[in-house]
Design a protein around this ligand. Structure first.
Ligand SMILES: [Zn+2]
Ligand SMILES: [Zn+2]
Length: 251
């Protein structure tokens, strides 16, 4: 039962990562009212907890990823970390990629990196008072301690191996998408980058691993592709959210 709750937590946080940080906050694929924006902002903090990713910093770094995908200017391309053609050195190279991405993210958040001053004309989700708390050490240590206590009370034996993945859930999800989606899979579109569709993982990752489709059409809220088996499970949720007036598509 506890394991199911932990997996549920991971996929809820991944949903918010894809829905709020990526599709809404970065690509502006749909709109929502300020009230709903703050609701999802809060939920993203609640579920990402100790690994909360500041939406504005996330958006700027991700736009740089799209602008320079898989070149040396890409903030987190696996091609800049792996020396194996097929990415077989992932235990070491993906960990290094995660570490360097985390370092860069902190610099963007502190506005000590040039990416922080880019995309000034774009509007990102902002909530100054809450952000300063959500990014603080108090929040990171507090939410991390809360999760450790949940494990102390409910985990038995092997379940403890899931703890690092939960404490670092935002970063782990980013690393899976960046590594697999730019290293392993097939391509529908011959783009100048190395984006791939990692079909086997794409449905459980809320459609995020249809990276080749997404890089071809970054403004489309549907990451599924032309093939019948390319199903983006987050898209029907968006259709439902539109039906109940939580979001609106731009076109
Ligand atoms: Zn990508
Ligand atoms: Zn994107």
């Amino acid at each position: 039962m506890f394991v199911l709750l932990i997996f549920g937590h991971f996929f809820a946080s991944l949903f918010l990562h894809s829905f709020f940080l990526h599709r809404y906050g970065t690509h502006h694929q749909f709109t929502m009212t300020k009230k709903w924006e703050r609701t999802f902002f809060f939920l993203t903090w609640l579920f990402q907890g100790s690994s909360f990713l500041n939406p504005k910093s996330y958006a700027r770094m991700h736009l740089e990823h799209h602008a320079h995908s898989d070149t040396t200017d890409d903030p987190h391309s696996p091609l800049n970390f792996s020396i194996s053609k097929y990415g077989l050195d992932f235990p070491y190279a993906a960990t290094r990629m995660m570490y360097m991405t985390k370092k860069l993210f902190a610099q963007i958040r502190k506005e000590t990196h040039e990416i922080a001053s880019m995309y000034k004309n774009r509007v990102f989700p902002e909530w100054e008072t809450f952000e300063s708390f959500a990014d603080s050490k108090l929040s990171v240590i507090g939410m991390g301690t809360l999760m450790v206590l949940i494990f102390v009370f409910f985990a038995s034996g092997w379940e403890w191996i899931l703890l690092p993945f939960i404490l670092l859930n935002g970063a782990v999800q980013g690393a899976i998408v960046n590594w697999c989606g730019h290293m392993w899979g097939y391509r529908n579109y011959d783009l100048p980058d190395n984006s791939k569709n990692t079909w086997i993982l794409s449905s459980v990752m809320w459609g995020e691993l249809f990276q080749n489709n997404h890089h071809k059409y970054p403004d489309s809220p549907n990451f599924g592709g032309p093939k019948w088996y390319e199903f983006d499970p987050l898209y029907p949720v968006l259709l439902f959210f539109r039906k109940v007036h939580i979001i609106n598509f731009k076109t």
